[in-house]
Design a protein around this ligand. Structure first.
Ligand code: NAD
Ligand code: ZN
Length: 673
């Protein structure tokens, strides 16, 4: 047997079990369901290649053994998972000539309710299929669970406890998971809530229960749909279903799925797919089972698309700070009609976490439908950072350095982030990127000085420092003769350069490229130092404490001090100013500042969506009130305006006791009704 395959299989088996524990016990998965499901398939393939299956393989077991403090209960009839299919063709094949039920695949946590003598005697989770946790104490906090029913025999009902999407949108603004992070989705919150030890805490989570199957009882009814229907008069609200009257074509199947999907969206019910199952219970029972699922039903899941491809190389490009950015170059895949072959790999930690190396099979998605993202590596193992990173800068050949900072990972957790650096200040690409920044829109705004043109001008030795841009006319005759240049384009460029000399405090400060000083910080500095570059410079040398400014922390303070302490920076700062005409600050983008409001002088942070305003519009509105728009919630924040889909900022504000305003309250107080 191929030992390599077996090693790989064992690694994947353990990895998936780790993910299951995060998902089922901690309610805090670190990978998406789509990635989990793709790895699950990969494991299935390895198992059939090796002919071996581990006793704890996710492909032959259900859920994960529960580790909570909750009391356990045995399921006399195991509660299993569902086999998954990816296309409607397979669904049709499964249907054959049989009558099936199409149902919503509710996205929550499965629970089993047991009634005896008309009374609810136990509510339990699925657990590992054989042993679940008793959650009877929480049933009063879950809508849709009758305590007494008009049915005297034993009745066992399975269904899903979930949180409606609209409720989740509200709840997630205040609740955080076991790691103190906001919940990513309603399923995790529902699962966490149902399994709370403290019934009091479960109240207010707006849980809902919908049955999808009658496991015991109602023996006289031969069809699943009839049993579900019979639950209604007992006080249940069964999961929506459709029963086929004859075999459906693929087109009809797809239409049915679409209808159910629309129904769920309208009815505010969270689903992650559609379930089809044979309606005839005798037929169902004859189908048998695996360790993982019964064979009488299938799940058709709606998932983000993942595209498998092969990583060819990692491209490394130094940026203007010296950080060398890694980009994955992979075999092209078509995503939504576009050919994609590159994706940012962000930093060394990202590469290390995924154990990426050229030749690996990777899964790529388009996050938010736009940005290609490497989600997973199917060929992990034997990773060596040393073998992957360049030890010399690919541009200047100087040795590279691994830099460690504390930052946030993909899931918002605090961690060490490693990045690769070229420390050579004269590194050409690095310098080129600095010039690109200098001429960019938000800095000196010199139109027509593209990266390509800059590269040529630097290559000819005509630009060494920012000052040289303003002396380019010395090379006018040569420039006109350059490829792609002529009298006209030179004139346009020169005009743009001249125009850029009439500039503002903010632009000048941004152009200087002090680390972390961008739009927001430069605005604050402009206000604090009355639009005077000299006043700002004097403050730096006078030991001014920048931490007193809104949103300025220790790092920003040090960055400013360090920047001015470098002689060459100071020289540029002074010399370049002589060529500039710094305009007096107009109060924020020509809008008159209305200081007669309760926000004047305050720092306001906005989080979440505040329709119909964009973040930029909100920021200029805040500026027009004479207030400062902060980017993160700190002790210096005066108000947090909290729109829809707010995240961690809200919990931070609560923690710091900072007043939180709804957008309506904010507009009312600002007098912008
Ligand atoms: N992201 C992660 O790290 C991670 C880890 C483990 C599992 N998962 C996700 O969980 C899935 C496995 O969980 P699972 O075993 O619960 O499978 P599943 O959620 O894919 O489907 C089976 C379950 O769906 C539920 N269900 C909802 N509506 C139903 C209906 N109308 N009829 C019948 N059943 C219905 C039942 O509880 C059933 O057990 C994986 O496919 C993956 O998507 C993710
Ligand atoms: Zn370099």
């Amino acid at each position: 047997m191929d030992q390599n395959l077996l090693t790989k299989q064992r690694e994947l088996n353990d990895r998936l079990n780790r993910y299951r524990n995060e998902y089922y016990n901690l309610n805090s998965p670190s990978v998406s369901d789509a990635v989990y499901d793709r790895l699950f398939e990969e494991l299935q393939e390895l198992e059939s290649a090796t002919g071996v299956q581990m006793s704890n393989s996710p492909t032959n077991t259900v859920g994960y053994p529960a580790v909570s403090k909750l009391e356990k209960t045995n399921h006399s009839i195991p509660l299993l998972s569902l086999d998954k299919v990816k296309n409607t063709e397979e669904l049709c094949r499964f249907m054959g000539e049989h009558q099936v039920m199409f149902m919503l695949k509710l996205d929550g946590l499965t629970i089993k309710l047991t009634y005896e003598g008309g009374k609810l005697v136990e509510a339990a989770t699925r657990g590992d299929g054989d042993v679940g946790e008793i959650v009877t104490h929480n049933t009063r906090a879950i809508g849709g669970i009758p305590e007494n029913i008009q049915y005297e025999d034993r009745l066992v009902v399975t269904g899903e406890a979930f949180i409606r999407p609209s409720d989740f949108e509200q709840l997630k603004t205040t609740l955080v998971d076991s790691d103190g992070k906001p919940y990513k989705n309603g399923r995790n919150l529902a699962a966490g809530s149902v399994r709370l030890f403290d019934a009091g805490a479960c109240l207010g989570r707006r849980l809902m229960f919908m049955p999808f199957n009658v496991l015991e009882g109602m023996e006289e009814l031969p069809r699943k749909s009839e049993r579900l229907k019979a639950l209604r008069p007992l006080g249940f609200l069964p999961c929506k279903y459709m029963v086929t009257k004859r075999p459906l074509t693929q087109k009809e199947t797809e239409d049915g799925i679409r209808q159910l999907k629309e129904y769920a969206a309208d009815a505010d019910i969270p689903i992650d797919g559609i379930v089809i199952t044979y309606n005839d219970i005798a037929l169902s029972k004859s189908c048998g089972r695996t360790g993982h699922h019964y064979k009488d039903g299938l799940a058709f899941k709606f998932e983000d698309d993942l595209f498998q491809t092969k990583l060819q190389t990692i491209e490394w490009t130094p940026g203007r700070t010296g950080e060398i950015a890694p980009v994955a170059i992979f075999e092209p895949v078509e995503i939504d009609g576009c050919e994609v072959s590159r994706a940012s790999l962000h930093n060394l930690s990202f590469i290390e976490d995924l154990e990426l190396a050229p030749g690996c099979r990777i899964l790529v998605s388009k996050r938010n439908m736009i940005i290609p993202h490497v989600e997973e590596n199917l060929d992990r193992g034997n990773f060596s950072m040393d073998a992957v990173i360049p030890h010399q800068c690919p541009c200047c050949g100087e040795p590279t350095r691994i830099h460690e900072t504390s930052g946030r990972g993909e899931n918002g957790e605090e961690r060490v982030i490693k990045t690769l650096f070229c420390d050579n200040a004269a590194c050409e690409t690095r310098r080129l990127k600095q010039f690109v920044h200098f001429v960019s829109k938000k800095a000196m705004n010199i139109e027509g000085l593209s990266e390509g043109t800059l590269e040529k001008l630097i290559g000819r030795g005509w630009i060494h420092s920012y000052l040289d841009i303003y002396r380019l006319d010395q090379h006018r005759n040569e420039i006109i003769r350059m490829d792609g240049f002529g009298e006209k384009s030179w004139q346009r460029l020169w005009d743009a350069i001249q125009q850029s000399r009439s500039t503002t405090f903010e632009r000048y400060v941004i152009a200087m490229d002090i680390p972390m000083v961008g739009n927001t910080a430069s605005k604050v500095l402009c206000r604090e130092f009355h639009g005077s570059l000299d006043e700002f410079r004097d403050a730096v040398y006078g030991g001014y404490d920048f931490r007193q400014l809104p949103d300025f922390g220790e790092t920003l303070h040090n960055n400013i001090q360090e920047w001015f302490n470098k002689e060459e920076n100071f020289c540029i700062w002074e010399e370049l100013q002589m060529m500039m005409n710094i305009q007096k600050p107009v109060e924020t983008d020509n809008q008159t500042i209305n200081r007669d409001n309760s926000f004047s002088g305050k720092t306001i942070v906005v989080t979440g969506k505040v329709e119909p305003y964009t973040r930029d519009e909100m920021n200029s509105l805040i500026a027009s009130l004479g207030a400062v728009a902060g980017s993160s919630v700190t002790r210096k924040t005066d108000y947090l305006v909290c729109g829809e889909k707010a995240g961690s900022k809200l919990s931070k504000a609560r923690e710091l006791d900072i007043p939180v305003l709804t957008p309506e309250e904010f507009f009312r107080m600002a007098g912008v009704a």
